[in-house]
Design a protein around this ligand. Structure first.
Ligand SMILES: Nc1ncnc2c1ncn2[C@@H]1O[C@H](COP(=O)(O)OP(=O)(O)OP(=O)(O)O)[C@@H](O)[C@H]1O
Ligand SMILES: [Mg+2]
Length: 287
């Protein structure tokens, strides 16, 4: 891909100007015909861990059936932001979130919100594949079971098969569904975790560096999958790879030291960054 090459060549080919490199980035674009609808809206979000503030007044609207990448240097608050979207930060005792986050217009931090069903609507895939110590089948069936989505065995079989097919894993595992999830390769385990996440029909899938433990082939499979999944889901992905952000996402948000610095279409952020910090980060000068 031109974009990868241009970045790899960066340090060697000092002559090519920075703008030239940015313009070479082969980015995913947002179709002009797409009518974007806000799925998640965050306003004036501050997040603290004890006395330490991790996010400062973040205002960010994320669009339905689109892939949005969150990028930025280590410690800038990407995971913190992501975890606010399904209230995973509730599990961190010293973490305090203020401001407002809505999904389809409903405040997810309002009194009376059922966090278990929120997490079913907003699934999560982590950096390190983390299948449960159960069979491949039971990993996928786990969520539908606890949420009581299906009762009959044949319906569960169909749901497990469908989820594994959507995660691009069915062909590889259909003859060993009772083998432990942990017996799969890293890339297969990550697709199993995606199958597990989509089995409960979430509306949103959060992915925190889902490919960082995977080789390029497994990564390519996950990226392909992300592309297919946007038909049905809204995807927010944290990545340290500029190439990955450029390849998979329609929109990109750049965070720096707890601030949302820049947000736009991936094409715009990579080809004509408005802020010097964004420019420095995507060309590898900070981070
Ligand atoms: N559980 C926690 N307790 C205390 N501080 C935390 C906790 N989690 C994160 N932080 C702090 O909040 C800030 C943002 O961290 P966060 O994990 O969101 O960054 P990140 O952008 O995801 O970084 P990375 O790219 O390294 O994963 C950092 O200063 C971090 O030290
Ligand atoms: Mg992180």
């Amino acid at each position: 891909m031109v974009s990868i090459m241009s970045l790899m060549m960066r340090s060697k080919d000092k002559k090519s100007s920075q703008t030239e490199e940015l313009n070479k980035m082969d980015t995913k674009s947002v179709a002009d015909t797409v009518d974007l609808r806000t799925k998640i809206s965050s306003s004036n979000m501050d997040v603290f861990y004890g006395d330490k503030q991790a996010l400062f007044g973040v205002n960010l609207d994320l669009y339905e059936n689109q892939v949005t990448s969150l990028i930025g240097p280590s410690g800038c608050g990407k995971s913190t932001y992501l975890r606010c979207l399904n209230r995973m930060n509730d599990l961190v005792p010293e973490c305090k979130v203020t401001g407002r986050i809505t999904i389809d217009g409903e405040d997810i931090y309002a009194k009376g919100v059922d966090v278990v069903s929120l997490r079913a609507r907003v699934g999560m895939v982590f950096q390190k594949p983390n299948p449960f110590p159960k069979s491949i089948y039971d990993n996928v069936a786990y969520g539908p079971r606890i949420h009581g989505l299906v009762s009959k065995k044949e319906d569960m079989d169909a749901l497990v098969q469908h989820s594994l097919q959507r995660a691009g894993l069915w062909d590889e595992v259909q003859d060993r569904l009772s083998a432990p999830g942990t017996s799969l390769s890293g890339g297969q385990q990550q697709r199993l975790c995606i199958a597990r996440a989509i089995a409960v029909e979430p509306e949103i899938i959060l992915m925190d560096e889902p490919c960082s433990a995977l080789d390029p082939i497994a990564t390519a499979k996950i990226e392909e999958l992300i592309d297919e999944l946007t038909t049905n889901f809204t995807i927010i992905i944290v990545t340290h790879s500029m190439q990955q952000a450029a390849r998979v996402s329609h929109h990109t948000a750049f965070f720096h030291l707890g601030n949302l610095v820049e947000y736009g279409t991936t094409e715009q952020v990579f080809s004509t960054p408005q802020d010097d910090r964004t420019k420095a980060y995507i060309t590898g000068r900070i981070g």
